[in-house]
Design a protein. Structure first.
Lengths: 114, 116
């Protein structure tokens, strides 16, 4: 049972444009969501997170939006840069923020073309 | 940010042998460490949660006798894959919770295991 889903395995955008990565979840008990960036043969690097009490969190070029009624979150990267090319995972947890058990989506490979 | 290391970064072993993977928090104390496994083009799947000084909690479907986890100190957890088989070949990643912060979990760089 895939509780966190990233239905787009890949995304290609032009440098300078906006990248939008989507994530859906099924468990309404999740109360904390995170986005990670991962390069091949490396561990995930934390990007940005959002608590379920918020609907938006912004950090520089990265913004995460949460729509609880739709059980959907998205990561916006603007402007996109070639260095953003990587696999992006969304993850969800409950009860203890980023310290708890994380349930990951399948990942979306982002390619930003110069 | 805090650093989590894993050793080895990659290992090749023969079927039937055991392999130990170390996960260390280098500049903080980790009361809790997590072990994940990632198959090619798939998600990271949590295998077990390891608390310092106590037995690990395994996720459903993960064989505790096959994947031995020890978390003997606040900076070190080990995962031993016993009697490894080719289907155990995967990318194993640990993460560590910084006990001094409430919302920080750091990931190691991962270990690529190939069982021949």
């Amino acid at each position: 049972d895939q509780q966190v889903k990233q239905n787009s395995p890949s995304l290609s955008v032009q440098e300078g444009r906006i990248s939008i990565l989507n994530c859906d979840y099924t468990n309404s008990m999740f109360d904390y969501f995170l986005w990670y960036k991962k390069y091949p043969a490396e561990g995930p690097t934390f990007l940005i997170s959002i608590s379920s009490i918020k609907d938006k969190n912004e950090d520089g070029r990265f913004t995460v939006f949460l729509n609880k009624s739709a059980k959907h979150l998205s990561l916006h990267i603007v402007p996109s840069q070639p260095g953003d090319s990587a696999v992006y995972f969304c993850a969800a947890t409950f009860g203890s923020g980023n310290t708890g058990k994380l349930i990951f989506g399948q990942g979306t490979t982002l390619q930003v073309k110069p | 940010g805090a650093v989590v290391s894993q050793h080895p970064s990659w290992v090749i072993c023969k079927s039937g042998t055991s392999v130990k993977i170390e996960c260390r928090s280098l500049d903080f104390q980790a009361t809790t460490m997590f072990w994940y496994r990632q198959f090619p083009k798939q998600s990271l799947m949590l295998m077990a949660t390891s608390n310092e000084g106590s037995k690990a909690t395994y996720e459903q479907g993960v064989e505790k006798d096959k994947f031995l986890i020890n978390h003997a100190s606040l900076t070190l957890s080990t995962l031993t894959v016993t009697s490894a088989h080719p289907e155990d070949s995967s990318f194993y990643i640990c993460s560590a919770r910084d006990g001094s912060h409430t919302d920080t979990q750091y990931f190691g760089p991962g270990t690529r295991l190939t069982v021949l």
